[in-house]
Ligand binder design. Structure first.
Ligand SMILES: NC(=O)c1ccc[n+]([C@@H]2O[C@H](COP(=O)([O-])OP(=O)(O)OC[C@H]3O[C@@H](n4cnc5c(N)ncnc54)[C@H](O)[C@@H]3O)[C@@H](O)[C@H]2O)c1
Ligand SMILES: O=P(O)(O)OC[C@H](O)CO
Length: 359
């Protein structure tokens, strides 16, 4: 049997805290892993106490996952380098906006044979163009990186309601090791090798969820939302086929695909804030601050990142739903324009029929 692996969780938000609970409990009776799990925590003061101190004494993330105990073998550390220095496995679970900063802090200091798994739903944009977050981790740290995505609204998983997730990992043995780190009787994992598509599903569904929130805010009901989900899924598939040739369509049938799209469009934070944008007329940043208590939306920045790339390639019109979501988030279009976007989607344009706008 190989030496037990040391785990470090990079992130301690809403999902990060649920994963800390799962991993902390799983390692206790699993000889594959060292029982102590370190967790990088972005330090902040809560009622005069440091969040790391609260986590290490009360074993609860009172800000990001109140009401749930995190096992005592999970140790909160405010310095990412200190938290990750001995790790054999890095579990990345931060809002994607912060990944490059933490990679920079860790560069050159992680173990050479360390591996990573990213639970982060988002994309990266740099002067080199649009990229997967797992690629940023691979390149910045020089390590392998798998992904885990699924229909996993964090508070529901924290309550141990049954759900599923998908690990994307090209190396089967590594995938099964990672599965043993996170699987529980209520959190069932399927390992597949199509890691790029798994990650794309997790990132792109957040854009669609913002669109679902707009139609909820407009009071259009579930048939319209189903259309958003269908047209959004078609753009997700087209995006994967166009920019990641070799993507497998079966992957969209895993938890990371249709299942996550549906749950996010009904219950996620992206949906909720987008609905409020329409109902209150406030902008996304204001609502994020007012309603999410420090949690972070991934849909609007992902829509912006995708849009930057589509503009560079002159392909905005080929992804009208992604484009409309971005423009509404930026205040360049009114939310009601989203309905026109659905009506005039290329899916509905028949060569010998007038478009709804012409009728
Ligand atoms: N919450 C969910 O239901 C859920 C479920 C599945 C996947 N995810 C994905 O997991 C990832 C993490 O989401 P989450 O819900 O754990 O986070 P979150 O939305 O709760 O984000 C807040 C976290 O960001 C940290 N933070 C704030 N500023 C920071 C900085 N400058 N540097 C580093 N960290 C900083 C905060 O301390 C906190 O830990 C996201 O990509 C999300 O899409 C979330
Ligand atoms: O709350 P959201 O919209 O960030 O979505 C959370 C998860 O990604 C759902 O699987």
């Amino acid at each position: 049997m190989s030496t037990p692996k040391r785990i470090c969780i990079i992130g301690s938000g809403n999902w990060g805290s649920v994963i800390a609970k799962i991993v902390g409990n799983n390692v206790k009776d699993n000889g594959n892993f060292v029982t102590e799990v370190k967790m990088y925590v972005y330090e902040e003061m809560i009622n005069g106490r440091k969040l790391t101190e609260i986590l290490n004494t009360d074993h609860e993330n009172v800000k990001y996952l109140p009401g749930h105990k995190i096992p005592e073998n999970v140790i909160a550390i405010a310095d990412p380098k200190e938290a990750a220095k001995d790790a054999d496995i890095l579990v990345w679970v931060l809002p994607h906006q912060f990944v490059r900063g933490i990679c920079k802090a860790l560069a050159g200091s992680v173990k050479k044979d360390c591996i990573a798994i990213s639970l982060i739903k988002g994309l990266d944009i740099s002067e080199k163009g649009l990229d997967l977050i797992s690629n940023v981790i691979r390149e910045q740290l020089g390590i392998e990186c798998s992904v885990l995505m699924g229909a996993n609204i964090a508070p529901e998983v924290a309550n141990e309601n049954y759900c599923e997730a998908t690990i994307g990992c090209k190396n089967r043995e590594m995938g099964l090791l990672l599965k043993s780190m996170v699987q529980t009787p209520y959190f069932r994992i399927v390992v597949i090798d199509d890691e790029h598509t798994v990650e794309l599903c997790g990132a792109l569904k957040n854009i669609v969820a913002v669109g679902a929130g707009f139609v909820d805010g407009l009071g259009y009901g579930d048939n319209t939302k189903a259309a958003v989900i269908r047209l959004g899924l078609m753009e997700m598939v087209k995006f994967a086929e166009t920019f990641y040739p070799g993507s497998k369509m079966d992957t969209f049938l895993e938890s990371c695909g249709v299942a996550d799209l549906v749950t996010t469009c009904y219950s996620g934070r992206n949906r909720r804030i987008a609905e409020q944008v329409v109902k209150t007329g406030k902008d996304i940043k204001t609502l994020e601050k007012e309603l999410l208590n420090g949690q972070s939306l991934q849909g609007p920045p992902t829509a912006a990142e995708v849009n930057t790339m589509l503009c560079q390639k002159n392909m905005e019109e080929k992804y009208p739903l992604f484009t409309a979501v971005h423009k509404i988030c930026k205040g360049e279009l009114k939310p009601i324009a989203f309905i026109d976007c659905l009506k005039n989607h290329p899916e509905h344009l028949d060569d010998d029929m007038p478009s709804p706008a012409q009728l």
